[in-house]
Design a protein. Structure first.
Length: 261
């Protein structure tokens, strides 16, 4: 292993846009290799920072960055490689980051989470939250919404039927209330959740429908969609765009190459 001082003096740092399972796994890898001071990890919220609290000495940049802010950060000259480990549905963030890297002439690598392919009866795939709402307005029954808090406002017309399972943060709770979801129908927990946990939640709240995204295995997608085996109906919001990128292991190899190992 190259000594930490040699790394920091010889080459630029790596900037990781994190906030997902893969981002945390990458942070643990940096910690194991003694590279904490050779990288900065960007997260959008205070809750995102808290998810890295188990890794000591990690450099965190907290706050939502638009394209201009990303460009400003990259033009500092500190970074030679950017790893995009954001959520597969964070389309705007990824597009802004790609543009900022292109303008700033910094190498960009997408850490891509694999999709789960499924073929179950009782599973409907739609392209957007709006399409999911339009479909559910024609149906009856309570809905367990597991797609996060950012798009909750789009489900306002279904708020009396929605049980929202969101991350345990003040922002998530505020967005639930803003969308008209009563406190008794808000579950603040961090997943992923087992099929048994999902089944128990559906039973307790009397839900017939579950709305999810294809977040892959790290997001517990398998254990959500398999509820159709118990007679529940699942709506899957497809990914916003087809992406190309590298797996977690391939990104680790790219990082090693960047550090000259």
């Amino acid at each position: 292993m190259i000594a930490l001082t040699a790394i920091s003096n010889a080459i630029k740092k790596i900037l990781v846009f994190a906030g997902t399972f893969e981002g945390h796994e990458l942070a643990k890898y940096f910690d194991q290799r003694g590279w904490n001071r050779c990288a900065d990890f960007c997260v959008a919220t205070e809750y995102g920072t808290e998810t890295f609290s188990d890794i000591k000495g990690l450099s965190i940049i907290e706050g939502r960055l638009n394209e201009a802010a990303m460009e400003e950060l990259l033009k500092s000259g500190l970074y030679g490689l950017v790893v995009d480990a954001t959520h597969p549905y964070a389309k705007a963030v990824t597009e802004n980051l790609q543009k900022a890297c292109q303008i700033s002439h910094v190498e960009y690598v997408r850490l891509l989470r694999g999709e789960v392919f499924f073929d179950y009866e009782g599973v409907n795939t739609v392209e957007s939250a709006e399409e999911a709402v339009a479909y559910l307005l024609e149906m009856e029954g309570k809905i367990l919404l597991t797609t996060g808090s950012k798009e909750l406002s789009k489900y306002r017309r279904l708020s009396d039927r929605i049980v929202a399972r969101v991350l345990p943060s003040q922002d998530s709770l505020r967005l639930c209330f803003d969308a008209g979801i009563p406190a008794k129908n808000i579950i603040c927990m961090q997943g992923p959740f087992t099929k048994e946990m999902n089944f128990a939640t559906m039973e307790q709240y009397g839900c017939k429908w579950l709305v999810t995204k294809n977040t892959g295995k790290p997001g517990g997608f398998d254990d959500k969609v398999r509820l159709c085996e118990e007679g529940y109906r699942i709506i899957v919001i497809g990914r916003p765009q087809a992406e190309t990128g590298l797996s977690l292991e391939e990104v680790k190899e790219r990082v090693e190459a960047f550090y000259g190992e």
